[in-house]
Design a protein around this ligand. Structure first.
Ligand SMILES: [Zn+2]
Length: 239
């Protein structure tokens, strides 16, 4: 029985190591997700700016077409004016020209605003592109580093699992099943050390008879409070 308890203890050390490595892997994965999220948010900001720029370009080209049309109107009216006979007609065409000139100056003003906005947006995009490039660089280095750590942990987990399999073979199915159940129920700890008559799994005192029985190593004993498998620690290991 003592031998089996020792094997179980060894199994628990391995299992807790595996748990630890898995937790570390999960943390690294979350970190990687966050790093990639930052970069992808910057990418989507940039592409939003690019689509804004496309809209502004379209607006600009529409305004230029309108400007050109108004200028054509003015030229045509000016040509017509030369053939006008009556004062009334002359005044009417004059009004048309004045209205068209007003249109031209409005459009030119809008164009100026638009070009200013485009310049600003261009500057914003340059800045975002620079930030994105540097962020991608740092992020990809950090992601690669974290990924290689995850792989390292995986190798360690795999070799622990191989050791675990050997141990499990020596312990028998029933015992391992019981141990696995306890681990699930007791936050990863199926075995509890006993020191000075107390279970260190739950820090409760054990009944004296049970405590005495532990020294016999005749069978497996369980803590009446937390149900963990009890494992006597004595001699040099006793604090
Ligand atoms: Zn206990």
């Amino acid at each position: 029985m003592k031998k089996k308890l020792e094997l179980l203890e060894e199994l628990q050390v391995i299992d807790q190591l595996i748990d630890l490595k898995k937790t570390e892997q999960a943390i690294l994965s979350t970190d990687i997700d966050e790093l990639q999220k930052v970069v992808s948010e910057m990418q989507s900001s940039l592409s939003e700016q690019q689509s804004q720029m496309a809209d502004l370009r379209k607006e600009k080209s529409d305004l230029e077409v309108a400007l050109h049309a108004e200028q054509e109107n003015i030229r045509r009216s000016e040509t017509n004016m030369k053939e006008i006979k009556t004062n009334k007609e002359y005044q009417a065409v004059g009004k048309e020209i004045a209205a068209a000139r007003k249109q031209v100056s409005d459009i030119e003003e809008q164009l100026l605003l638009l070009i200013t906005r485009m310049d600003e947006l261009n500057a914003e995009m340059d800045k975002m592109q620079e930030e994105l490039a540097s962020s991608e660089l740092t992020s990809s280095a950090s992601v690669a580093e974290k990924q290689s750590l995850i792989e390292e942990f995986q190798q360690s987990i795999d070799s622990s699992l191989a050791n675990r399999e050997l141990l499990v073979k020596g312990l028998g199915n029933n015992l391992v099943r019981r141990y696995n159940q306890l681990r699930e129920q007791r936050r990863g700890q199926a075995l509890a050390e006993v020191r000075d008559g107390s279970c260190l799994g739950c820090n409760m005192n054990l009944p004296p008879q049970l405590y005495n029985n532990l020294f016999k190593y005749d069978e497996m004993y369980f803590c009446p409070h937390c149900q963990r498998i009890l494992m006597l620690k004595q001699g040099t290991e006793e604090g």
